[in-house]
Structures are given as C-alpha cells and as structure tokens.
Design a protein around this ligand. Structure first.
Ligand SMILES: Nc1ncnc2c1ncn2[C@@H]1O[C@H](COP(=O)(O)OP(=O)(O)O)[C@@H](O)[C@H]1O
Ligand SMILES: Cc1ncc(C[n+]2csc(CCOP(=O)(O)OP(=O)(O)O)c2C)c(N)n1
Ligand SMILES: [Mg+2]
Length: 298
C-alpha cells in the first residue's frame, strides 16, 4: 500500500505501538515530546522535527527565516510540555548545487533563535542530497521539573479548552516563518498555581489537533466556533484548517478560570487567551469540523 492511500495518522497508528522503550523512558511516542528520567529535580524532554523544501517552505524563502522556523517549531513542542529547551543538533541534507552563502544565512537564523532562549547548537550532520532540494532535521533536548510535565492525555471531562494567541492564515501572512514559540507563556501557565491539565501545540490546525488532544485524554469535546480567536481577515475554516499557528491548546479545571485570566493579564497581557469550548465525556458526539494538515494526503 502507498503512503498516500494510508495517510500520516493511520501510518503512525500502525508504526508507533511496537517501538521499544526502556526503564528510563517515561513518555514514548504520541505526545509533543518524549520524556526521559534525569535526576530527582528534572526530567529530560526530547524532540525531533523536520523542515522540507516544498512542504514547509519554498525554494525562494529567506534562509534566515527557514533557520528560525526550524528551531522555533521544536521549541513550540518543548513549551507544550511545560519545559525549557537546552541543546539542539541540526542535520542538513542539500543538493551540491546550492549556494554556500544561503546555508550560512540559514545558520544565522538558527543561531539567532537558539541565542534568544540560551540554547546551544551542539552539533549536527551534513549530507548531500542526490536530487535538488533542501531538508533540515532539528533535534532539541529540554528539561521540565520532575513530575510536572504536561501531557496531551490528562485532560478531564468538564475542563475548559483554551488557546493562546490568534488562529488562521499562517501561510498567506507569512506567520508560519515568523512566530514566537510560546515558551514564556507556557512557563507562566505551569507555575503560579495553575498547571494546565493537558496541553499541546497547534501545528496541524485546531481541526486536527483538538481531536488528537481529546482522544488522547479519553474525552470528546464541545467547541464554540464563534469564540475562536481569528487573525484579522481570517475565517473560522482557516482557524481550523490552515495549521502552523504554533499556539498552545490547553485545558484547565473551570475552577481556575478567573485565576487564569488574572495571571494572563498580569504576566503576558500581549498574548490573549481564549476559552473556546470544553472537554466532555467520551460518547457524546464530537462536532464534525474541517480537519487540518496531514502528510501524504493526496
Ligand atoms: N518516524 C517516526 N518514528 C517514531 N515516532 C514517530 C515518527 N513520526 C512521528 N512519531 C511520533 O508520533 C507523534 C506525532 O508526531 P508529530 O505529529 O510529528 O508530532 P508534533 O505535531 O507534536 O510535532 C510524536 O510523539 C512523534 O514522536
Ligand atoms: C510550501 C508550503 N506549503 C504548505 C505549508 C503548510 N504546512 C506545511 S506542513 C504543515 C503542518 C505542520 O507541519 P508538520 O510537519 O506536520 O509539523 P508537526 O505536526 O510534526 O509539528 C502545514 C500547515 C507550508 N508551510 N509551506
Ligand atoms: Mg504534523
């Protein structure tokens, strides 16, 4: 069977359950990052992410922005676990005809994003690609306080569904190349006595990622489409389907709603938080909403 007949989700459902773990692996495939034990204070987060010409950026995209996006995407996943990034390794696969200067500029982008969060670029790998193109793979490690990691799978029926920022139009606006990973907001949400019950980042679009969080948490969901925080000029369909918002989708106990907005107003008033619905017991009919991005879709 070909991948485009199966689709990304079904392929991963087939692939992931058989993979080996070990005693130190606390959270394996299925969440934004893997979690591994470190010491009595910290757990380690592991993330790898690919960026491919023609899929995530175009041939004429400024390489500086490609570099920033490559690392920013992985940082967004670290944020979604309630952690902080520490080190990065970068693999580049590139056709020999490409300009050296463009790769150096790509590394300026990587370096600027790394430096902004005091992350080391600790090494990587370079290989030639036997056909025209450029692909990058970024692996990032991070840390999270021992026992305080926030998973996708721990939301409870009744919890409020919340998003940071605004949604939609990432490709047409160019925002998919120029976003701030929500590390600061996630850190604040995970301290200050709030601790989201579940969290993930929005890379494939709310229409794909919300059902993933709900399913992982063993819940269904109610979504108030009118409440979605749209980027100016965007439609509800775009907010659900465009993807690459790199915002946080998280759930909290409704008891903490007032506290959430006090904390947001005090510590990150520039980033809105919006309640967009709630988790409900599984069995309730999930609304049918347009889905977002899936690799290998024909
Ligand atoms: N080729 C693979 N081998 C092992 N695990 C994979 C592979 N591809 C994806 N995964 C795992 O599947 C889950 C979903 O992947 P992905 O959609 O890329 O996550 P995210 O949207 O958070 O970046 C992740 O936990 C990831 O580790
Ligand atoms: C040239 C181009 N076409 C389409 C898109 C839109 N797009 C590409 S990948 C993607 C989804 C996110 O990428 P993925 O590799 O699935 O990230 P992950 O879920 O693994 O974090 C979207 C919306 C784009 N950014 N650039
Ligand atoms: Mg994806």
């Amino acid at each position: 069977m070909k991948l485009d007949e199966l689709g990304e989700n079904a392929f991963l459902r087939q692939l992931l359950p058989g993979l080996p773990g070990n005693e130190e692996l606390l959270v394996g495939p299925g969440d934004d990052c893997a979690v591994v034990t470190r010491d009595e204070h910290w757990d380690t987060l592991l993330k790898t992410d690919a960026l491919v010409e023609g899929v995530h950026f175009l041939r004429d995209t400024d390489p500086y922005l490609i570099g920033r996006k490559a690392l920013g995407r992985a940082f967004s996943d670290i944020a979604a676990m309630g952690g902080d990034p520490e080190h990065a390794l970068v693999t580049i696969l590139v056709h020999p005809s490409r300009q050296v200067e463009s790769l150096l500029r790509l590394y300026e982008g990587l370096s600027s994003m790394a430096a902004a969060y005091e992350v080391s670029l600790a090494g990587g790998e370079t290989s030639s690609l036997p056909f025209d193109g450029l692909a990058l793979s970024v692996t990032v490690t991070g840390r999270v306080l021992h026992g305080r990691v926030v998973l996708r799978s721990t939301g409870k029926p009744g919890d409020l569904l919340c998003v940071t920022g605004r949604l939609g139009g990432s490709l047409v606006s160019g925002r998919h190349l120029d976003f701030t990973p929500r590390l600061r907001e996630a850190r604040i949400l995970c301290s200050n006595g709030l601790l989201p019950t579940a969290m993930m980042d929005l890379s494939d679009g709310l229409g794909t990622d919300l059902p993933r969080l709900a399913e992982a948490s063993g819940c269904s969901y109610k979504l108030n489409l009118e409440s979605l925080p749209l980027h100016p000029g965007c439609t509800i369909e775009q907010a659900l389907g465009d993807g690459e918002d790199y915002e946080l989708l998280f759930t909290i106990d409704p008891e903490f709603e007032d506290h959430l907005f006090r904390v947001q107003g005090l510590f990150f008033p520039e980033t809105p938080v919006t309640v967009i619905g709630r988790l409900v017991p599984r069995g309730s009919v999930a609304p049918s909403i347009p889905t977002g991005w899936q690799h290998f879709q024909a």
